[in-house]
Design a protein around this ligand. Structure first.
Ligand SMILES: NC(=O)c1ccc[n+]([C@@H]2O[C@H](COP(=O)([O-])OP(=O)(O)OC[C@H]3O[C@@H](n4cnc5c(N)ncnc54)[C@H](O)[C@@H]3O)[C@@H](O)[C@H]2O)c1
Ligand SMILES: O=C(O)[C@H](O)COP(=O)(O)O
Length: 524
């Protein structure tokens, strides 16, 4: 039973996919609520309030997935989650419309002094001349960041007769034309816009994007909007530019620190604010909770998640194609690790045929997960595999070749270290399954599953018989057996499979046989 903690105020109705699932137990309450032992929590759901720090992650050793019921993941330490192999998913488009509508409402309210006028009427005043506003029509709206929310805002602004200038380094001219906006430089947006609205994520690049220097490039009398993330507009610089009358007003839904407390920006009449309400509609909250609950269930059902921040996103169709190779790569990784039980400082994966047409980076991560499984204590998966390899000084290489050795596809893994190399090659045969077709240069053919024994021995008469006799004496049934050799009388190998693993005593007895070089047990 998966233990799921839904912290922050997540809409219960949206959690239906988890609440109705017999394998999940959902607790709704804060991190400190004591409802559930944090050490046992498998999935954590948050909005922007809970700060998912490295320390919090460390206090949750069973945690496998963090779901953000919303867009921004700047409250989650993604690097720390990735290092721990914890998948992070979000609900990227469930609150787009609500946030675009809120931004538009803030813009209208700012231009017509609605909150200020509202307060005076409530106080018994009637100051019609004090609140002369500005039309939106014919004004230039500058949008910085034309993603989901920026695009929806642009559509609404155009419907109100505004012209829209946009800066987004990742936007194509084609998309700009479809949306009827002018793709501009950052400087041009600053210089030409009557109103500027930021809609980027908060990153190293966007923190303080509007600062003392860039604000000085804006038109005198400009209005600013931030319904994205506190910090994209430098708050102290904004206060300074309002103070000196350069910025006419600002509408803010977000702050660097929330709640902002006794903030200098709050003392200006021309600054209107809301307490991070962009996504706070019934519709958006139902959407994001449902999206993230579905993702968490999908993840626990071992199916591909669509909106992971630290895993490649994959459609169901692609997943179905890649899944058999994913399993094969993981098994090869384990076989390499067990058969070549030595120090490794380089792992190279080579793909051919239909395997080479897939997302090979994902397969390489799976092979690393298999390779590390029995080597280190940390749980390694596709999320943290590359990080762990780097940390352990293992160079990971990936190649594609046209040589499929007569198969429709191959996945070949070579481990190198201390002047030695060990190679395992496998293939996936449609309607038949995965096969290992080469092991340390020996041609062989076995199904990589169950309890296997890899025996290297000298190719002498009687060796196979002696092995069979010891196993027989212990009443062990050999399920399958494959042998391979390069030349008569030289080195040879045997791969045997059993219904249950052999005991260490049995393995020791086999190792003591004459002409046995090494024995490795592999459990797949
Ligand atoms: N106030 C709220 O309640 C609320 C609700 C939802 C989202 N948000 C925030 O709104 C922001 C946008 O969300 P979205 O769903 O539109 O995201 P998105 O990823 O769809 O769009 C972000 C856009 O910013 C662009 N961008 C990135 N770096 C840039 C840069 N340096 N300069 C210019 N453009 C840049 C990207 O190319 C992308 O087009 C996020 O910060 C999100 O957290 C706030
Ligand atoms: O990034 C987001 O999705 C918004 O900022 C919404 O945050 P919230 O879930 O805390 O309202």
């Amino acid at each position: 039973m998966y233990q799921v903690l839904a912290a922050d105020s997540i809409k219960e109705q949206g959690l239906q996919p988890l609440l109705e699932w017999k394998h999940a137990q959902v607790y709704m309450g804060g991190i400190d609520s004591g409802l559930v032992d944090l050490e046992k929590v498998d999935a954590l759901l948050v909005r922007s309030t809970t700060k998912v720090t490295a320390e919090l992650l460390d206090s949750m050793p069973s945690l496998k997935i963090v779901g953000r019921a919303g867009v921004g993941v700047d409250n989650i330490d993604i690097a720390a989650a990735t290092k721990r192999g914890i998948v992070v998913v979000n609900a990227p488009d469930g609150n787009t419309i609500s946030t675009a509508e809120h931004t538009f409402a803030m813009m209208s309210a700012l231009m017509r002094n609605i909150p200020q006028a509202h307060s005076t009427v409530k106080n018994g005043e009637w100051k019609r001349n004090q609140f002369i506003g500005n039309e939106l029509h014919s004004k230039t709206l500058g949008i910085i960041g034309l993603g989901r929310i920026g695009s929806e805002l642009a559509k609404r602004a155009r419907a109100f007769g505004m012209s829209v200038k946009v800066f987004d380094p990742f936007l194509t001219q084609e998309r700009a034309e479809v949306l009827g906006v002018q793709l501009s430089t950052f400087d041009n947006v600053l210089q030409e816009a009557d109103i500027i609205s930021v809609h980027t994520p908060l990153t190293k690049e966007t923190k303080g994007l509007l600062n003392e220097k860039t604000l000085s490039q804006t038109k005198k009398g400009v209005y600013l909007l931030n319904c994205a993330r506190g910090g994209i507009i430098d708050e102290m610089a904004l206060a300074h530019f309002i103070e000196k009358g350069h910025v006419a007003g600002a509408a803010l839904d977000v702050f660097e620190v929330e709640p902002p407390g006794d903030h200098p920006l709050l003392k200006f009449d021309s600054v209107i604010v809301t307490p991070h309400l962009g996504a706070s509609t019934k519709e958006a909250q139902l959407n994001v909770a449902t999206q993230v609950a579905r993702e968490i269930r999908t993840f626990f059902e071992n199916k591909p998640v669509a909106n992971s921040i630290n895993l490649p996103a994959m459609s169901k169709e692609i997943y179905e194609k890649i899944q058999p190779f994913h399993q094969l790569a993981k098994e090869i990784g384990k076989i390499v690790s067990e058969c070549h039980n030595k120090g490794v400082n380089e792992l190279t994966a080579t793909y051919s045929g239909t395997a080479a047409e897939l997302e090979t980076a994902f397969l390489t991560k799976a092979l690393l997960a298999g390779f590390f499984e029995n080597r280190i204590d940390v749980k390694v998966n596709e999320v943290n595999a590359i990080h762990i390899a780097k940390e352990r000084g293992i160079m990971v290489g990936e190649k594609v070749t046209g040589n499929s050795f007569g198969y429709a596809n191959t996945v070949t893994v070579t481990a190198r270290g201390d002047g030695e190399a060990f190679t395992v090659r496998g293939t996936y045969i449609e309607n038949y399954g995965p096969r290992i077709v080469s092991l340390d240069g020996f041609n062989i053919d076995f199904h990589p599953s169950g309890n296997l024994l890899y025996i290297q021995h000298m190719d002498r008469p009687g060796v196979i018989g002696h092995v069979g006799r010891i196993l027989g004496d212990h009443d062990v049934n050999i399920a399958t057996m494959q042998v391979g050799r390069k030349e008569a009388g030289g080195e040879a190998i045997m791969v045997l499979s059993f219904d249950k693993p052999l005991s260490p005593e049995m393995i020791a007895q086999l190792e003591s046989l004459k002409d046995i070089v090494t024995i490795n047990s592999i459990i797949l």
